[in-house]
Design a protein around this ligand. Structure first.
Ligand SMILES: Nc1nc2c(ncn2[C@@H]2O[C@H](COP(=O)(O)OP(=O)(O)OP(=O)(O)O)[C@@H](O)[C@H]2O)c(=O)[nH]1
Ligand SMILES: C=C(OP(=O)(O)O)C(=O)O
Length: 211
């Protein structure tokens, strides 16, 4: 039986403020170019995942919006000064029903097949329960999924894996290294490069040394 397809909500901060812990990781590359490449590769992989029906990007950044449109995503304006969880809620409210997942935009090694496997796992198991995928270190969250009719209720931020578990979401424990590999620091970028970067980020690491 074919499983129902997903709406993915992907918030992306204004590039001037985004990925501040990564600043200087590739000295020869402008920071905003690197931050945009991470998002572009994340969106490309999300759109290439057959389980995904639509991608909603929540952003106020015109370069991110152009990249999202080019990748076949819909773009929604951010909620001014309201932060990441408000952006996720805003996107989820525009999804139009069905299965909804929030995904962070800093997954440049993401492979569509691993995303598909995680989304499949999210659709298995108990009804009416949110699921989440923790990041590689285990403290953060890269994906939060909600079944039809269940609010996404995002708790992203420091310690979000514990916050999602405490709010009743169930951790998915599959072996999805490219999904769990979010990039916050130069060390994370090097770890993502070991897995294999998407084309936008790969071209920058080739040009800009480190990683
Ligand atoms: N639309 C939107 N996206 C956000 C916001 N805050 C964070 N994000 C996005 O959420 C994802 C995960 O956030 P973080 O890993 O903390 O990224 P960040 O805030 O850009 O990075 P740091 O400055 O290093 O904390 C990233 O893809 C961000 O672009 C926000 O206020 N609005
Ligand atoms: C916002 C988050 O990302 P990070 O901890 O990578 O900043 C999170 O994990 O909830």
């Amino acid at each position: 039986m074919t499983q129902p397809r997903w709406t993915l909500v992907v918030p992306v901060k204004h590039l001037a403020a985004a990925k501040s812990r990564l600043r200087g990781a590739l000295p020869a590359v402008p920071h905003e170019t690197l931050a945009l490449a991470l998002a572009a590769d994340t969106l490309r992989a999300a759109r290439a995942c057959p389980a995904v029906a639509q991608v909603l990007v929540v952003t106020d950044d015109p370069r991110v919006a152009a990249t999202a449109h080019a990748a076949g995503a819909r773009v929604l304006p951010d909620v001014p000064d309201a932060g990441l969880n408000a952006a996720f809620r805003h996107g989820a409210s525009a999804a139009g029903g069905g299965w909804v997942a929030g995904l962070t935009a800093d997954l440049p090694a993401l492979r569509p097949a691993e995303l598909a496997a995680a989304l499949r796992a999210a659709q298995a198991g108990p009804a009416g329960v949110r699921r989440f995928v923790a990041d590689a270190p285990g403290a953060g969250t890269v994906l939060l999924a909600a079944p039809p009719g269940v609010p996404l209720d995002p708790r992203f931020g420091v310690g979000s894996a514990a916050a999602h578990a405490a709010s009743g979401a169930v951790a998915l424990t599959g072996d999805w290294p490219s999904l769990r590999r979010d990039v916050d620091t130069a060390g994370d970028l090097a770890a993502a490069a070991q897995l294999g970067l998407g084309p936008c980020t790969a071209v920058l690491t080739a040009a800009g040394c480190p990683a």
